[in-house]
Write a protein that binds this ligand. Structure first.
Ligand code: NDP
Ligand code: MG
Length: 381
């Protein structure tokens, strides 16, 4: 039985993680969890999964939860995320909180030698070098949840990583893959949230439409698999059936395929090295699909992917600045304060004016993250 600390329990990945726990009651158990502001959903989860500790985003919400469950341990805020992540009953942290706020709790869990199943890609983008160094030092496994990185991982099973020539990340292309640059001018939030293949949280759905999600994933792949950026390619694959591929130096290409269902990579991260059955999963029927399509990315139309390659190759705090600018700009777009194309403009301006610091420590990263959000707020006004 694996006991899990779950951050982001009320979100898209959090809910699908709970589906997996429900499907395998003899394998998994939720020891502690953190939610943001959705208290009603949190109450339902507490009733269904009986965790020992729950964290809410604010003190007020924590108090409200405590009233309903007097014997439950309740905490809140960033420290609450840490408390949940290092709960003494859990052996695994599944980090599915949104944004770089997940960084400190990830580092804290690594220092307790917990296995880290990571969906929270912003943490690996903003501070990948710190996370991987601490993970090596404390011997804490980092297990990818993101479907592309799970596919890469599965395509590396039993292989000598020295024979890898190239990682190929597939991308659906997002909501606007068939729009020209001119057509992107007037797009609405509602249109942007209409992803063709995946049902996900709002922020990552917008990131998919700008292709920043793929940019973050390129960095995530470089960090997780210690690969140089010129060995990581992106390929548009509109069906999202091949979740990513690894090319070896003998010219063989290994891929992982499946229907677009995040529960499969979530479960694999939790059950690794075993595979557990997924009786409710839709099976892949290639004959029914008939054809798979592939095309190169238009880097002029999707500028964010270029920003991410640039930040990744440069290294240092520009990664934090790019990520924080993106988080702040996407949030402003979702609140209809800026247009779709202003997202990339703001990230571009932040990156242009950034004074880069190489090998930043945690304190520097947190300071740059905070400062960048302020800069973006200033641009919005
Ligand atoms: P959602 O927006 O659906 O969920 C985010 C979760 O984080 C919610 O539980 C939310 O709480 C919580 N949260 C947000 N801010 C805070 C905060 N300040 N303090 C505490 N909790 C907070 O996002 P997703 O599930 O889509 O994504 C989560 C992560 O997983 C992201 O990093 C994303 O890139 C990654 N990911 C997601 C995929 C997907 O299919 N959705 C695929 C691959 C990666 P509440 O709702 O209660 O406010
Ligand atoms: Mg992904």
């Amino acid at each position: 039985m694996k006991s899990i600390s779950l951050l982001g329990a009320t979100g898209s990945i959090g809910q699908q993680t709970l589906d997996i726990v429900k499907d395998h009651p003899d394998e998994f158990h939720i020891a502690a969890l953190a939610a943001g502001k959705n208290i009603e959903k949190t109450k339902e989860i507490v009733r269904a999964f009986s965790p020992k500790l729950v964290s809410m985003q604010t003190e007020e919400l924590a108090r409200e939860l405590q009233k309903e469950f007097p014997s439950l341990d309740v905490t809140y805020g960033t420290q609450g995320l840490v408390d949940v992540a290092i709960h003494s009953d859990s052996s695994v942290l599944l980090n599915a909180v949104l944004g770089s706020i997940g960084l400190e709790s990830t580092l804290a869990a690594i220092r307790q030698q917990k296995a880290i199943a990571i969906a929270n890609k912003e943490t690996l983008v903003t501070a990948g070098h710190l996370v991987m160094a601490e993970a090596a030092k404390y011997d804490a496994p980092i297990l990818p949840v993101d479907s592309e990185h799970s596919a890469l991982w599965q395509s590396m099973n039993g292989e000598n990583r020295k024979s890898i020539e190239r990682l190929i990340l597939t991308a659906s292309g997002g909501s606007f893959r068939d729009k020209t640059r001119a057509e992107l001018e007037g797009v609405t939030v509602k249109q942007a949230l209409n992803h063709p293949n995946w049902s996900m949280g709002a922020k990552i759905t917008i990131d998919s439409a700008t292709l920043m999600n793929k940019g973050l994933e390129v960095i995530e792949a470089a960090v997780l698999y210690d690969m140089p950026y010129d060995k990581i390619d992106v390929l548009i694959h509109r069906e999202s059936i091949i979740h990513s591929m690894v090319e070896y130096h003998d010219s063989s290409v290994m891929a992982q395929l499946g229907t677009a269902d995040m529960r499969t990579p979530i479960q694999y991260a939790l059950s690794y090295p075993e595979r557990l059955p997924r009786s409710t999963a839709e099976r892949l029927d290639l004959a029914k699909i008939g054809q798979l399509h592939f095309e190169n990315v238009d880097m002029e139309r999707f500028r964010c992917l270029g920003f991410a390659y640039h930040a990744g190759r440069t290294g240092g705090t520009i990664l934090t600045a790019m990520n924080a600018a993106n988080e702040a700009a996407v949030s402003a777009f979702l609140q209809e304060k800026i247009t779709f194309l202003e997202i990339e403009d703001m990230i571009d301006r932040v990156m242009q004016q950034h004074d880069n610091i190489q090998n930043p420590d945690l304190e520097t990263i947190l300071a740059v993250d905070k400062q960048t959000r302020k800069i973006v707020q200033g641009m919005i006004k």
